[in-house]
Design a protein around this ligand. Structure first.
Ligand SMILES: NC(=O)c1ccc[n+]([C@@H]2O[C@H](COP(=O)([O-])OP(=O)(O)OC[C@H]3O[C@@H](n4cnc5c(N)ncnc54)[C@H](O)[C@@H]3O)[C@@H](O)[C@H]2O)c1
Length: 450
C-alpha cells in the first residue's frame, strides 16, 4: 500500500520505517527541512535501538522516502497518517494546532475520485477525529467539491510504542486499536496491520471516541502505577520496610503484574506527563474532577525532587564547590529523549545550591547540551564523570551502569557516596562495598569502620 506519514519525529519515523519494512511504499513528510535533508542522506535523526538498520535498508530499496511537501507526500497515498505533536497548551490541554492545520491543508489537497483514509496516530483528546473531519470538510465544501464526505474517512489509531523498544513494539504490538465507523476504512486498516499481528495479538476495532480515550486511559493508568509505587517507596523509607521486597510480593499477583512497579525519581518523557495532564483537563471540560490523576501528577512532581534534600542533608545544606557526578540524563534508558527528564530537575536544584555537575549519558548529552549548554560539564564516559567527585547521583537506569565495580568507584570518587534515584544496585553488594548509599524506598547504608 502507498502510505504518507505526516510528522517524522519519534512516532512518525518509527511508524514510517516499520510500514516500509512490511513492504509498503512510505513517504514521510516533515516541515523541518534540516531533518528531511538528513534523513534523505541516510542519517537517522533519533536514537532508537534497531531502527537505523531497517531505516537504511528501506531507504536504499526505495520503499521509504522523505519530503517537505505535503502535496507530494500524499499524492498517491491511500493512507495518510498524522504523527504530529500535541504538546500541552498553557492550560494543560493538548494543543491541536499542528493536527488541525494539517487537516485544513488536506482539505485543499484531496481530489475527487481519490479516496484516502486519514489516520490520527497522535495522542489527541476525545472528539479530535470529528474536528479533523470537520476541518477537511469545510475546505472541501469551500472548494465546491461535490459529495466531499466520500473522499475520506478519519480513523483513530493511537500509538502505544515505548521509546527505547519502539521498533519491537511497532513490529509486534500487544494490540492495535482502531477507531472508526467506516467499513471501508476498517478493511484497509485491517489489511495494513495484518502482517504485524500474525502471532495472534488482537486488532481491536471500536468507535472513534473510545479509541481516542483508550490511549489516554492506558498512559494514565501506567503513570498511576508508577506514582502509587513511589508512594509505597516513601512509606518504606518511613517505616523501615524494603520496597524491593514489597514490589516482589505485590507483583507476583497476576491481577497486578510485575511491570511498572519499580520506584524511582518520577516518570518523565514526552507522553506520561502531558497525557495525564491532558486527561485531567478533558475531564474538567465535562465537569468531572479526575481526583486520582491530580494526585498522580502531584506525587510525580514531589518524587522528582526526592533526592535533592538527601544530597543537601549529607553535605550539611551547602553544595558550594561540591563536585557531583550525574549518571543518566535521558528520561529513561535506550533513548536520547530528555523531555520532562527527572535529571533536568536534579540539575536545576543541585546547581541552584552551588553544586558543580559533571554528567554522562550514553545518548542524551547532545540534547542536554542544546538545552542547557555549559550549565554543567559533560564527561566522555561514566568513569570520567566521577573522577574527583564528592558524590555520584544516578538519574537513569542505563544497563551499562548496572555492573559497577566498587573498587574502581572508590578509587575515582573523592568520597564513596552514591545517591541512586533508580535503585540500580543490590543493597547487599553496596553494603559489602561499604559505601554511603541512598536509594529509593530502601535502607540508607552508612559506611562502617572495618
Ligand atoms: N514519543 C512517543 O513515545 C510517543 C508514543 C506514542 C504516542 N505519541 C504521540 O505521537 C505524537 C507525535 O509524538 P512524537 O514524539 O513523534 O513527536 P515529535 O515532536 O518527535 O515529532 C513531531 C514531528 O512533526 C513535525 N511537524 C510539525 N508540524 C508539522 C507539519 N505541519 N507538517 C509536517 N510535519 C510537522 C515536527 O517537525 C516533528 O518532526 C504526539 O501526539 C505524541 O503524544 C508519542
Amino acid at each position: 500500500m502507498k502510505i504518507a506519514v505526516v510528522g517524522t519525529g519519534y512516532v512518525g519515523l518509527v511508524s514510517g520505517t516499520c510500514f516500509a519494512e512490511s513492504g509498503n511504499e512510505v513517504t514521510c513528510v516533515d516541515i523541518d527541512e534540516k531533518k528531511v535533508e538528513k534523513l534523505r542522506a541516510g542519517k537517522i535523526t533519533i536514537y532508537e535501538p534497531g531502527l537505523e538498520k531497517i531505516f537504511i535498508r528501506n531507504l536504499s530499496e526505495g520503499r521509504l522516502t522523505f519530503t517537505t511537501s505535503l502535496e507530494e507526500g500524499i499524492k498517491e497515498a491511500r493512507l495518510v497518517f498524522l504523527a504530529l505533536p500535541t504538546p500541552p497548551d498553557e492550560d494543560g490541554s493538548a494543543d491541536l494546532k499542528y493536527v488541525l492545520s494539517v487537516a485544513g491543508d488536506l482539505g485543499r489537497l484531496l481530489n475527487e475520485g481519490d479516496y484516502k483514509v486519514i489516520v490520527d496516530k497522535s495522542t489527541v483528546p476525545v472528539g479530535t477525529g470529528e474536528l479533523v473531519a470537520a476541518a477537511i470538510l469545510n475546505v472541501l465544501k469551500e472548494r465546491g467539491i461535490s459529495d466531499p464526505e466520500s473522499l475520506f474517512d478519519v480513523v483513530s489509531n493511537p500509538e502505544f510504542l515505548r521509546e527505547g523498544v519502539a521498533v519491537d513494539d511497532f513490529m509486534k504490538p500487544d494490540r492495535v486499536v482502531i477507531g472508526t465507523a467506516s467499513e471501508k476504512a476498517r478493511n484497509i486498516m485491517n489489511r495494513l496491520y495484518a502482517p504485524f499481528v500474525r502471532q495472534g495479538n488482537p486488532i481491536i476495532f471500536m468507535d472513534l471516541r473510545s479509541a481516542e480515550l483508550t490511549k489516554y486511559a492506558a498512559n494514565s493508568l501506567l503513570a498511576t502505577k508508577i506514582s502509587f509505587m513511589n508512594e509505597i517507596a516513601q512509606m518504606c523509607e518511613k517505616l523501615g520496610a524494603d520496597v524491593d521486597m514489597v514490589r516482589k510480593g505485590v507483583g507476583a499477583d497476576d491481577r497486578i503484574g510485575k511491570r511498572f512497579l519499580f520506584p524511582g525519581i518520577g516518570y518523565g518523557g514526552s507522553c506520561f506527563p502531558k497525557d495525564v495532564q491532558a486527561l485531567v483537563k478533558s475531564a474538567s471540560l465535562v465537569d468531572y474532577d479526575f481526583k486520582i490523576l491530580n494526585a498522580v501528577m502531584e506525587v510525580n512532581d514531589r518524587q522528582k525532587s526526592h533526592l535533592t534534600p538527601k544530597v543537601l542533608a549529607y553535605f550539611g545544606n551547602d553544595l558550594k564547590g561540591k563536585k557531583i557526578a550525574l549518571w543518566g540524563l535521558a528520561f529513561k534508558p535506550n533513548t536520547d529523549d530528555i523531555r520532562e527528564a527527572p535529571a533536568l530537575v536534579l540539575i536545576d536544584e543541585l546547581t541552584k545550591h552551588g553544586a558543580e555537575i559533571t554528567a554522562y549519558d550514553p545518548e542524551a548529552m547532545e540534547n542536554v547540551k542544546a538545552q542547557i549548554g555549559d550549565k554543567i560539564k559533560y564527561a566522555e564516559n561514566q568513569y570520567d564523570a566521577i573522577e574527583g567527585a564528592d558524590a555520584l547521583v544516578i538519574a537513569t537506569e542505563w544497563n551499562e551502569f548496572r555492573m559497577v565495580d566498587c573498587e574502581k568507584l572508590r578509587a575515582l570518587l573523592k568520597s564513596p557516596v552514591i545517591f541512586d534515584g533508580r535503585n540500580l544496585f543490590d543493597l547487599n553488594y553496596m553494603r559489602d562495598c561499604n559505601f554511603y548509599y541512598v536509594s529509593i524506598g530502601r535502607e540508607t547504608l552508612v559506611p562502617v569502620n572495618k
